[in-house]
Design a protein around this ligand. Structure first.
Ligand code: SF4
Ligand code: SF4
Length: 181
């Protein structure tokens, strides 16, 4: 039978094990300390979103100020949850709002029901409705989640415009003389 280590030897071994464990822990701590920082200082900093991220909606205008939306309601028909309301009205020479025969007198999206599928954007024949990258959509009442036409017509943020500009196919042109992209 092998001799048992003497008491001082066992204590020395125990101290060496403790120092080894301490060094191992310190190695982990120092490794993390000097590794690149991954914490994002939200909300000052925002993590990058995919180019195809679908967030808040916008309605677009042509460069001459006319609204792109022609009130065709294709977006409302394509919406799987029925959260778009379009009520169209006729354009007239005295009140021309869009290049087409009609324009959207009322355009509303219930953002509480929207599932951000992007079908409305795909269905629109004149690329009037687009989804941008904005995802901070919290608010203080249910009513504020009904996005009205006025809110949807707010100027496009630069990153949304850049995304549109980078598309392989240019925007469709409006009828001659009534607008341009
Ligand atoms: S993103 Fe989808 S759910 Fe939301 S309004 Fe458009 S079609 Fe409807
Ligand atoms: S946003 Fe597009 S699809 Fe929807 S009503 Fe206007 S033109 Fe038609």
């Amino acid at each position: 039978m092998a001799d048992e280590p003497k008491k001082p030897e066992r204590e020395n071994q125990s101290v060496l094990d403790d120092i080894g464990a301490l060094a191992k822990g310190l190695k982990t701590t120092l490794g993390e300390y000097f590794s690149p920082q991954v914490t994002t200082e939200y909300p000052e900093e925002k993590s990058p979103r995919s180019e195809r991220y679908r967030g808040r909606h916008y309605l677009r205008r042509y460069d001459n100020g006319l609204e792109r939306c022609i009130g065709c309601e294709l977006c409302a028909a394509a919406c799987p949850v029925g959260c778009i309301l379009v009520i169209a009205a006729e354009n007239s020479d005295e009140n021309r709002v869009s290049p087409g025969e009609r324009y959207a007198k009322t355009y509303e999206i219930n953002m509480l029901r929207c599932i951000f599928c992007g079908y409305c954007e795909e269905a629109c024949p004149v690329q009037a409705i687009v989804l941008g990258p904005e995802y901070e959509l919290s608010d203080t009442s249910r009513e504020k989640f009904i996005y009205t036409k006025e809110k949807l017509l707010e100027p496009l943020p630069p990153d949304v415009q850049a995304r549109l500009d980078s598309r392989p196919h240019p925007d469709p042109l409006p009828p001659a003389g009534e607008g341009k992209t």
